[in-house]
Design a protein around this ligand. Structure first.
Ligand code: SF4
Ligand code: SF4
Length: 280
């Protein structure tokens, strides 16, 4: 026993102070990609779409006249675009990337007559109501997780929330195995045909009011499996989603940010087309 006490005194407190302070240990692990449209030409945009393995970067038209659509909710963080076009596609290391509106993850560029690409319309800022979040569960929240067809990458990160480093309980957040006790449904995976009914039954069994989070590219957009023959998602086709946490998988801190965001205990900091907004 004394050996463990001595070790504890030696190592000190290892639990992250996130969200009060920055993250420790994960520096360098991107939580999302941001598009700096000023750093992209039309030709580069067309090439970026060709190397993107998902529908995160899509284009139509030619180098003379065309459009590029970037969707961080479909990005699997493969790093191809950031390595090829580092001035335009930049990794976001701040884990505060969860958003309350799907549009915050999207941006569209257009170009005409061979001119430089420019944004069509910047993603709308979150409304005051969205920023306020649902305050009812501010002090205690019970989470029911449903794997609706995941590769288990998202689950590995979710498990980390209960480990001593993230220590979810210090924030008043708890996982529960029963939907009857749950305030929030956290969904990972593409939502397969087979998981559709269990997912909807779990949601129906939860008492109102209830919240829903889509965690990871698969739940948000289908990710690498969008449009697959057994895929019926993304999640917001089936349920109203209160927050989206991008990533493949999302980092534990990004998941924490999503949970706190939906409770009104953190603010939104990410927009697909803008520099860090510095959300708390
Ligand atoms: S990092 Fe994301 S946006 Fe870039 S190529 Fe990979 S999937 Fe596409
Ligand atoms: S988002 Fe990525 S890690 Fe999560 S289930 Fe899909 S493929 Fe796996």
């Amino acid at each position: 026993m004394s050996r463990w006490i001595a070790k504890g005194l030696r190592t000190g407190i290892r639990t992250t102070r996130f969200p009060q302070a920055g993250v420790r240990g994960e520096e360098g692990a991107p939580s999302a990609i941001r598009l700096r449209w000023q750093g992209l030409t039309a030709v580069e945009g067309l090439e970026a779409a060709a190397i993107c393995p998902t529908s995160a970067i899509e284009t139509s038209g030619t180098a003379e006249e065309g459009e590029l659509r970037f969707d961080a909710g479909a990005c699997i963080l493969c790093g191809r675009c950031t390595r090829r076009f580092p001035d335009a596609f930049t990794p976001v290391e701040n884990p505060r990337v969860a958003v309350r509106s799907r549009d915050q993850l999207r941006t569209t560029l257009r170009w005409e007559r061979g001119e430089a690409p420019a944004p069509v319309a910047l993603a709308a800022a979150a409304s005051a109501v969205q920023q306020a979040g649902l305050r009812l569960f501010r002090h205690s929240l019970h989470i029911r997780h449903v794997d609706a067809g995941s590769c288990n990458g998202c689950e590995s990160e979710l498990q980390m929330l209960s480990a001593p480093y993230a220590d979810l309980h210090r924030l008043g957040l708890f996982f529960t195995p029963t939907p009857r006790h749950a305030d929030l449904l956290l969904v990972t995976g593409v939502v397969t045909e087979n998981m559709k009914a269990p997912l909807l039954e779990t949601y129906a069994a939860m008492p109102a009011p209830k919240l829903v989070i889509a965690a990871g590219a698969c739940a948000i957009s289908g990710g690498s499996f969008a449009g697959g023959p057994t895929t019926v998602g993304p999640l917001d086709r089936l349920l109203r989603v209160d927050a989206y946490v991008p990533g493949c998988p999302p980092t534990p801190q990004a998941l924490l940010h999503g949970l706190l965001l939906v409770l009104g205990r953190a603010s939104q900091g990410y927009r697909a087309d803008q520099e860090d907004q510095g959300g708390a």
